[in-house]
Write a protein that binds this ligand. Structure first.
Ligand SMILES: Cc1cc2nc3c(=O)[nH]c(=O)nc-3n(C[C@H](O)[C@H](O)[C@H](O)COP(=O)(O)OP(=O)(O)OC[C@H]3O[C@@H](n4cnc5c(N)ncnc54)[C@H](O)[C@@H]3O)c2cc1C
Length: 388
């Protein structure tokens, strides 16, 4: 069997690439290969499902803005019943004295991109959010509009449903080999013994992307990093509460009648996770998260976790930023990887960008050249400073 394009990984990034390929008029054959069709272990379904404009790099802001615009015209795009429960609750990113210069520089970059972010000092924040303790806080950046959270399952389902009548072959299998002849990949091998010839291969395998690139003999610094999310109840309900990010990196946001929190793992240096390890590290709640929450929101002194889950970030160890586009030498191997915790919100934009590249030969909507593999080959970091 031969396909013009084989996409490995059928969660949000793979599905988005397939969707936009058809939207951009690609009429060739497409296979979407997924080894976990229930998406039990995909980053997509285990994520915090939040979207923000508060990045340090203009390209990241633009990718999120594309997705935001899609969310705002979801029904026009996917039909009248389309609903992903988008709540535009905002982000509030807090900084102490040490983090203030970075917060200010990021804010300037965001404003320059048209993002609706307010920079407020501690007094202003205390007035705006009565439940907040500004102890040790110099300022905070608050996304008044254009930021919030949504239902990741619903978003994935929307894209997957939209693919049904677009002549995509869904294949439930594990890609165990990628054959390459010098500067072209030629086929992929599946765990069921089949081999599919491929004109182009797209790597959309999330935290497994480094390993899958390795099957083609290509180095990609992307590895799984475990991240825990805890659900807790509190007596107090704060309708105006945004997704709050403490200077310690601990974050918290409302989710219906409960709250979600996480961010207890060190940003760098925690090492790759065992790809099969989805056990919750419960002590992180008691030892790391709860003391921070109780200080920042005094009413959260009395809270109790009700459940939790762990997922894996698709962590780019070079610079915590996506790698997008073709390999410079093996030009028919395409990367859509390494989103490092912000890939769900970038997936629609990246799908669109890669479809433009593959169909029209260049980026049209969001220029993703800066995310290209060239920097990986050169060991040159394109660092996103606002990694949550
Ligand atoms: C706890 C947590 C919180 C997060 N919070 C956010 C957030 O708030 N906002 C945000 O934007 N992002 C967030 N992210 C990141 C985001 O979830 C990911 O960046 C994004 O989902 C990546 O999508 P993907 O489709 O590339 O990867 P995945 O969703 O992991 O999908 C990859 C798919 O590839 C399949 N696959 C892998 N290897 C093979 C193979 N060899 N053969 C066949 N199939 C294969 C897998 O089964 C999987 O379904 C979070 C992630 C985690 C873990």
């Amino acid at each position: 069997m031969r396909y013009d394009i084989v996409i490995i990984g059928g969660a949000i990034v793979g599905s988005s690439v397939a969707y936009y390929l058809r939207e951009e008029g690609f009429s060739g054959s497409i296979a979407l290969i997924e080894r976990d069709p229930q998406f039990a272990h995909a980053a997509t379904t285990l994520s915090m499902a939040s979207i923000r404009q508060q990045f340090s790099i203009p390209e990241n802001i633009r990718l999120s803005q594309f997705t935001l615009n899609l969310f705002r015209r979801l029904k026009e795009t996917f039909g009248i019943d389309a609903d992903i429960g988008f709540r535009e609750g905002g982000y509030l990113i807090l900084a102490g004295e040490a983090g203030l210069p970075i917060l200010k520089a990021n804010h300037e970059a965001q404003i320059a991109e048209g993002a609706d972010i307010l920079l407020e000092d501690a007094d202003q924040l205390a007035k705006r959010f009565s439940w907040l303790s500004t102890e040790g806080i110099s300022a905070g950046a608050f996304g008044r509009t254009g930021e919030g959270w949504f239902d990741a399952h619903a978003m994935l389902t929307l894209f997957r449903k939209a693919l049904r009548d677009r002549q995509i072959d869904f294949i439930a299998a594990d890609v165990t080999g990628i054959e390459r002849q010098v500067n072209r990949v030629t086929s992929v091998s599946l765990d069921n013994g089949e081999r599919l010839e491929a004109g182009i291969v797209v790597n959309a395998t999330g935290p497994n992307a480094g390993k899958v690139a390795g099957l083609a003999g290509l180095a990609l610094p992307v590895e799984p990093r475990k991240r825990n999310v805890f659900v807790f109840e509190a007596r107090e309900k704060y309708a105006d509460m945004p997704l709050l990010v403490d200077p310690s990196g601990i974050y918290v946001r409302p989710e219906g009648s409960v709250y979600l929190t996480g961010g207890a793992e060190p940003e760098e240096g925690d090492g790759p996770a065992d790809p099969r390890d989805f056990d919750v590290d419960w002590p992180l709640f008691e030892d790391v998260i709860w003391p921070v929450l109780a200080t920042r929101i005094p009413a959260f002194e009395a809270i109790k976790p009700t459940r939790a889950w762990a997922g894996h970030y698709d962590y780019n160890t070079l610079d915590q930023n996506a790698v997008i586009g073709p390999h410079p030498e093996v030009g028919n191997f395409i990367f859509a990887n390494g989103f490092s915790g912000h890939g769900l919100q970038q997936a629609p934009a990246v799908g669109k960008a890669l479809a433009e590249l593959l169909v029209h030969g260049g980026y049209r909507t969001v220029d993703c050249s800066a995310f290209g593999y060239e920097r990986v080959a050169e060991g040159r970091a394109f660092r996103e400073l606002n990694v949550i």
